[in-house]
Design a protein around this ligand. Structure first.
Ligand code: UGA
Length: 434
């Protein structure tokens, strides 16, 4: 009989995992307490914007391998392996809020009708999987289960592709027979020779945080280097590209911009700092990365003020409000801090985004204007500010843009426009680090 899988949580991690595991040939129930999400997904309607997701979702529903349920008890009872993909948002002190994890663990304890493997995909502070194991022991009075730490490295916007072609799979597992079950579940990845890293819980948990904190560090590093390049008249793109030619450095995650955002880096860097404090270990590098990132967002408005004099009564056209391109997600997007500050400084703001306008509207309501068309955003604007690196912005007709605007300033925080062409069209062009 094949392994029955339940994935609890249908956010980015849970939903992509459920669909991906079903596509590997496993039978999967994706479970979420939010009935409206389950209703949509059961009909094959995606609840997140993600490339290729709809196609994989429909295909696996049709094959009968992927089912959805809002009944947690039923879903756990009918599983040999329970993957946990619920949220771990940050609390005001920076530490991770584990209440959703606790709820799932309690549900597993109450529905333990045979041996189960509990594979934790959510990003959890080091020590959590050990804690889950102890809690299950106490609550069930048995050891007829195995906890496994299986952190996820999906990027929003490329999550399906990342699921099927990961750089590595990390599994913190201290039980040989559970290892065999997981190897079978992930068999298609073995066949394409994906590296599997087997380790203890703490190592698996820390690999996840260390990876995200390191990538965030690269970004803050290149952002500060870009600020220095500006002051010195150097071109950060050539600097970053050439640094990246050194195999030890790699050119990835060296794109300067208005700071990192999203649901992961800001939360995970704060969690690393909080773990350091809790265990009395200096995490000054990560603390500085967080600080530098906050500064980088504010710096956008500070520079605009130097360029335009004051922001009072200035019309600013913000292109891009998603935290990065190819997503509709605005969580911790640098655009939030920037728009907030622009309004505080007395500017009027119009925003455009190919996918994220609805989500941004939930935050700013009628305090700003929202435009479906790029050129409408630019109407009578004093400044065009690029905040997200959407491809469609690379080919903006700058001649038309110039005719539409009342000012001639471009601040390209993501360096997506061609400075030469901007200047040829009469703009004063400012980028990040060039
Ligand atoms: C990140 C990691 O890349 C994933 O490996 C990880 O699984 C995920 O967090 C998670 O923990 O769940 P994601 O948040 O989707 O994925 O976004 P990234 O593509 O990593 O970008 C994060 C932020 O950094 C964005 O705001 C992006 O614009 C910014 N960034 C990225 C830069 O400013 N410069 C760069 O060179 C790269």
């Amino acid at each position: 009989m094949s392994t029955r899988i339940t994935v609890v949580g249908t956010g980015y991690v849970g939903l992509v995992t459920a669909i991906g595991l079903a596509d590997f040939g496993n039978t999967v129930i994706a479970c979420d307490i939010d009935k409206s999400i389950i209703d949509k997904l059961s009909k094959g309607i995606p609840t997140i914007f993600e490339h290729d997701l709809e196609e994989y979702l429909k295909r696996n529903i049709e094959s009968g391998r992927l089912m959805f349920s809002s009944q947690i008890d039923f879903s756990i009872k009918n599983a040999d392996v329970v993957f946990v993909g619920v949220g771990t948002p940050d609390k005001p002190d920076g530490s991770a809020d584990l209440s959703q994890i606790e709820a799932v663990v309690d549900a597993v304890a109450h529905n333990m009708n045979g041996h189960k493997i509990i594979a934790v995909k959510s990003t959890v502070p080091v020590g959590t999987n050990r804690w889950i194991e102890n809690r299950l022991k106490t609550e069930t009075g048995s050891t007829n289960f195995t906890v496994v730490s299986n952190p996820e490295f999906l990027r929003e916007g490329r999550a399906m592709q990342d699921f099927f072609h990961p750089d590595r799979v990390v599994i913190g597992c201290e039980d040989e027979s559970a290892k065999e079950v997981l190897k079978e579940i992930y068999r298609p990845l073995y066949l394409i020779q994906t590296p599997f890293v087997w380790c203890n819980f703490e190592t698996a948990e820390l690999i996840k945080y260390a990876s995200n904190a390191f990538l965030a560090t690269k970004i803050s590093f290149i952002n500060q280097m870009a600020n220095l390049a500006e002051a010195l008249g150097a071109d950060i793109h050539q600097v970053a590209k050439t640094m990246g030619m050194d195999g030890r450095i790699s050119p990835k995650f060296l794109h300067p911009g208005p700071g990192f955002g999203g649901s992961c880096f800001p939360k995970d860097t704060k969690a690393v700092a909080a773990m350091g404090k809790k265990h009395n270990v200096q995490m000054t590098i990560v603390e500085e990365v967080i600080r530098a990132n906050e500064q980088q967002k504010i710096r956008v408005v500070e520079r605009l003020k130097t360029i335009l004099g004051s922001m009072k009564a200035k019309n600013v056209a913000v292109l891009g409000v998603a935290f990065k391109a190819e997503t509709d997600d605005v969580r911790e997007s640098p655009a939030i801090a920037v728009v907030e500050k622009l309004l505080e400084e007395g500017a009027s703001v119009r925003v455009h985004d190919p996918k994220a306008l609805d989500n941004f509207k939930k935050l700013f309501a009628d305090r700003i204007e929202y435009c479906e068309r790029i050129m409408d955003t630019l109407d009578e604007a004093d400044c065009l500010l690029v905040m997200t690196e959407w491809n469609s912005y690379r080919s903006i007709d700058l001649n038309e843009a110039g005719n539409q605007m009342r000012g001639k300033t471009i601040f390209d925080a993501r360096n997506v426009l061609d400075p030469e062409s901007a200047r040829k069209n009469g703009f004063e062009y400012f980028g990040t680090g060039r």
